[in-house]
Design a protein around this ligand. Structure first.
Ligand code: PEP
Ligand code: MG
Length: 572
């Protein structure tokens, strides 16, 4: 058995099909005519761009506009002036061959990416590799693999499945992915989730350890890849596959239905997203809006601060696509475990208790104002809710409102339009819970960030595996805090949602509703499952259960009680 990161749920049993990339000779050799070599390079770029355009239209047909945007990025990489100039000058100065020059330049960029402690950027390295391999193949007149020719049930194994390859995937035969690289946010993982294919990423040396034609079992829940197994294990997995398929097909019947309990209580199930691309997932999983757009990725995916225009376009795109559905966009939440490579911050002994989120934004108003202006301008295009992270005092939100007021004045003076929007705060620090009554008078909505609220309440770093036993979402103190916040919100007649991971849990989510939370915002793939659970449960019982467990003194006791009352499986 080998193990990787489970990035897309499901199981499959099929033969290994290793994606063989064409062998490209990148040895250095001298060329007689460097200008001719540069012309070959330009021709290869031209052919590559034509090929990418074709893949893009195929991809739009299959996966929609949003997911296919990756090919716009590929077109830009193919034409990247920095790479082009470096390759051309290397060919001229060293009188060397194109394949050597391009590989050397690309390797330099890849090293730069891989040194970054940023998962998203590391994964963009895959795009650069994909495009440069295409250019090299075109320059050498080599064929690239044609996955549409596969006619057998297989599990693909590769360094990573590139965006160009994913457009050729035929799920009649391709049953899952195993990749050596990538993670939760890589393109192949997103596509696997869209296609409901099991996928395991980050499997070291998969290409060496697995042989073409060998049958394996892939478990997208645990990240296991089973190589040699007995008949009992195979039978067990066959049963699991059947059960999971039945479960999935029953889920699709919840598309378009209201998120309503058996006794008629209706809520909204919203999606958490990280980039405008994720809007595809919002639609695919029938979310009723976006409850949290973490804007950090817009900042992390750059070599410098994104401009007001870039941000405006991203927000405008999401708002326009969502029409009048709610879109909650959170302002920059940097600091703690998230940082920007181009923003030097003072070293802190306790970064989670340091200058992060709104504290950082208020200490760097120039950066904050750019984002707020972009948001105000985008508010014309949809149902915008601006969310401020990590508020711990009333003064912070008062300062934010003052800045917004000044920005609106500037926009008015310049004749730049802005529309209506709601302003809300994240309740994720214990002081904000205790201050909820006063804070509720200042804002239009609350969103509870349980991930941080739990870590700050138990004083246990959420990223420290050794302290995971302290991470107790259903501990009565957390539930009491949530209940206090919902009470304060409702007294002030403002709505309250939860956008932390608790909202994605099929047990904890319904309990949150019982505690008075109005809406849940979660990982898109959990939405239909949650809707199904709501259809099986009574709101009255959820409320009674929630009230009963508030007086307990341990999470264990709460879990025992709620498992008695919350129905997770129907008759189907
Ligand atoms: C939270 O803290 O619950 C939350 C949603 O914010 P993040 O996970 O981005 O810190
Ligand atoms: Mg948080």
């Amino acid at each position: 058995m080998i193990k990787g990161i489970p990035v897309s749920k499901g199981y499959a049993i099929a033969k290994i099909y290793k994606l063989h990339k064409p062998k490209i000779d990148t040895q250095k050799s001298l060329v007689m005519d460097p200008e001719l070599e540069i012309k070959r390079y330009h021709d290869a770029i031209h052919k590559t761009k034509l090929a990418i355009e074709k893949l893009k239209s195929k991809s739009i047909e299959r996966f929609g506009e949003e997911t296919s945007k990756i090919f716009d990025a590929h077109l830009m990489i193919a034409d990247d002036p920095e790479i082009k100039t470096s390759v051309e000058s290397m060919i001229r100065h060293e009188q060397c061959n194109l394949t050597y020059a391009l590989q050397t330049v690309v390797d330099r960029f890849l090293r730069l990416f891989s040194d970054l402690d940023n998962e998203y950027l590391r994964e963009r390295a895959i795009d650069l590799k994909d495009v440069s391999e295409r250019i090299l193949s075109h320059a050498l007149g080599l064929e690239t693999s044609d996955l549409s020719l596969i006619q057998d049930n297989v599990i693909l194994v590769s360094e990573d499945i590139t965006p160009s390859e994913t457009t050729q995937l035929d799920t009649t035969y391709i049953k899952g992915f195993i990749t050596e690289q990538g993670g939760m946010t890589s393109h192949s993982a997103i596509i696997a989730r869209l296609l409901n294919l099991p996928a395991v990423a980050g499997v070291k040396d998969a290409l060496k350890k697995l042989r073409d034609g060998d049958e394996v079992i892939i478990d997208g829940f645990s990240g296991k890849v089973l190589l040699n197994y007995d008949d009992t294990t195979r039978l067990d997995y066959e049963e699991r596959i059947q059960k999971y398929l039945t479960h999935l097909s029953s889920l699709s019947s919840y598309i378009g239905l209201p998120s309503r309990t058996v006794d008629g209580y209706e809520t909204k199930l919203l999606a958490n997203i990280g980039t405008p691309k994720d809007v595809d997932l919002v639609f695919a999983h029938d979310a009723e809006g976006i409850g949290l757009f973490r804007t950090e990725l817009l900042y992390m995916d750059k070599k410098e601060m994104p401009s007001e225009e870039e941000q405006f376009l991203a927000y405008q795109e999401v708002l326009t696509k969502m029409h009048d559905q709610k879109v909650v966009i959170r302002t920059l939440d940097i600091g703690g475990d998230k940082y920007l490579p181009y923003l030097t911050l003072e070293h802190e002994l306790n970064p989670f208790l340091g200058n992060r989120a709104i504290r950082l934004s208020l200490s760097k108003p120039d950066i904050f104002k750019v984002q707020l202006r972009a948001l105000l301008r985008a508010s014309v295009y949809g149902n915008l809710h601006i969310l401020i992270p990590m508020i711990s005092t009333k003064e912070e939100i008062v300062s934010v409102k003052k800045i917004i007021k000044e920005l609106k004045k500037d926009l008015d003076a310049s004749g730049i339009p802005y529309g209506n929007y709601q302003l809300g705060i994240m309740i994720e620090v214990p002081s904000a819970v205790m201050l909820a009554d006063a804070l509720a008078k200042e804002v239009d909505f609350f969103s509870i960030g349980t991930n941080d609220l739990i870590q700050y309440t138990f004083a246990a770093d959420r990223t420290n595996e050794n302290l995971s036993s302290y991470y107790q979402p259903c501990h009565p103190v957390i539930l009491q805090m949530i209940s206090r916040v919902t009470q304060a919100a409702h007294d002030a007649k403002i709505p309250v949602s939860v956008c932390g991971e608790m909202a994605s849990s099929l047990i904890q989510g319904p309990l949150l509703l019982g505690l008075g939370v109005d809406e849940l915002s979660m990982t898109p793939s959990e939405i239909l499952k949650m809707r199904r659970v709501l259809h099986l449960n009574s709101y009255e019982i959820l409320c009674q259960t929630a009230q009963n467990v508030l007086k307990y003194d341990s999470e264990e006791h709460v879990l025992r009680e709620i498992k008695k009352w919350i129905v997770l499986e129907g008759d189907s």
